[in-house]
Design a protein around this ligand. Structure first.
Ligand code: GAL
Length: 374
């Protein structure tokens, strides 16, 4: 399966973990339409772990949807999702059990890929727990890669091994379309900050067809999900979303999209921001940090047309952040000026020759479209 853009969608895990069922997945799919998510480019409705019965069917050996949570089975649910013009995603694992203890796909890869295809699945998140220690993780991911390629349906292969075994060095060869590079995100500032920083030097391994996935977003959860009660402020969620977009990371929402705050909805449907994430060039940003204060960082990204500049204040106090154009090869002698437009206000903040500085509140970000003009 070939994919040219980082996938965008929603996943059940961050807010609901195992408390999932057909009704809430359908309502969430409806929210893609009513909240303008589909129009903004979100496509995949993904049911994470805990969807199945504790055991396979004793006769067919196939995975069985939990009868109470999904009384009409997965095909009916995927038909519903498809009827809304969306795509349907599911979850399994390389191990004998999934991370939450349900049957995994170890040694049943081809059967399960065929089952997922028969249910109309378009996206498979494939986790990395409970595989026999004497087997090789890399080989397990090859198996499902081949199984999906031969199951008769185009299925996005979303690998999720928590970044173990230097996954970025071999994962493209397995046929994966994206790969989780970090352990699970929690709904707080420190968690998304650590995840984003841990991958600063790893985005050279992320490109069309196989994107570095730094986890489902916590934007809009405000501590109401099952992955941590601390929550973030709106400015922290803005910072998180900009980090993901500057990295061309998959944008999988993790909040309850049926009841998003106005700020969340405006942020996750911001077309200019999404365009930076989905930019065809998919180039990693160039990172800089303040000489004495590594909590002040900025990133510059070559887009397919023009550039983007993000000024991040990860510190606990409001600060000014300055970017010298010479750092990215824009010399004064070039005769070029930079015209900066604030992505959030749409306002042109001016034209500058050699540097630009802005005040950035604590735990917040400023983001600009950066065009060079004569
Ligand atoms: C973790 C994974 C989470 C979620 C969970 C389900 O390994 O990183 O995103 O899928 O398993 O048990």
């Amino acid at each position: 399966m070939i994919i040219k853009k980082p996938p965008m969608g929603w996943n059940t895990w961050n807010t609901f973990m195992g408390s999932i069922n057909e009704q809430m997945v359908k309502e969430s799919a409806d929210a893609f339409i009513s909240e303008g998510l589909r129009d903004a480019g979100y496509q995949y409705v993904v049911v994470d772990d805990c969807w199945s019965e504790q055991n396979r069917d004793p006769v067919t050996d196939r995975l069985v949807p939990n009868h109470e949570k999904f009384p009409n089975g997965m095909k009916a649910l995927s038909d519903y999702v498809h009827s809304l013009g969306l795509k349907f995603g599911m979850y399994s694992c390389i191990g004998v059990r999934t991370c939450a203890g349900y049957p995994g796909s170890f040694d049943r890869e081809f059967l399960d890929a065929e089952t997922f295809a028969s249910w109309g699945v378009d996206y498979l998140k494939y986790d990395g727990c409970y595989f026999p220690e004497t087997t090789d993780q890399e080989n397990m991911y090859h198996r499902m890669g081949v199984a999906l390629e031969n199951c008769g349906r185009d299925i996005v292969y979303a690998v999720c091994n928590g970044g173990e075994a230097d996954v970025w060095t071999w994962i493209r060869s397995t046929g994966a379309n994206m790969f989780r590079s970090t352990y699970d995100i929690m709904d707080n500032f420190r968690s998304y900050y650590d995840i984003a920083m841990s991958q600063k030097d790893k985005f050279c391994f992320s490109a069309p067809n196989c994107y570095n996935d730094i986890d489902m977003l916590t934007v809009g959860i405000y501590g109401n999900g099952k992955i941590g009660k601390l929550g973030c402020t709106d400015s922290e969620y803005r910072q998180q979303f900009v980090l993901w977009c500057m990295y061309n990371a998959p944008l999988m929402l993790g909040c309850d999209i049926r009841s998003m705050s106005a700020a969340t909805k405006a942020l996750v449907t911001n077309r200019d921001l999404i365009a930076i994430d989905q930019d065809d060039a998919a180039r990693p940003p160039i990172w800089f940090k303040h000489r004495w204060n590594e909590d002040l960082r900025w990133a510059f990204k070559h887009l397919s047309k023009g550039y983007a500049l993000a000024l991040y204040n990860f510190s606990d106090s409001d600060s000014k952040i300055q970017f010298l154009f010479d750092s990215v090869g824009i010399t004064v002698a070039s005769g070029l000026k930079a015209r900066l437009t604030d992505i959030f206000t749409g306002e042109c903040v001016g034209e500058f020759r050699d540097c630009f500085a802005a005040d950035v509140p604590r735990h917040d970000v400023k983001l600009y479209r950066f065009e060079l003009v004569k």
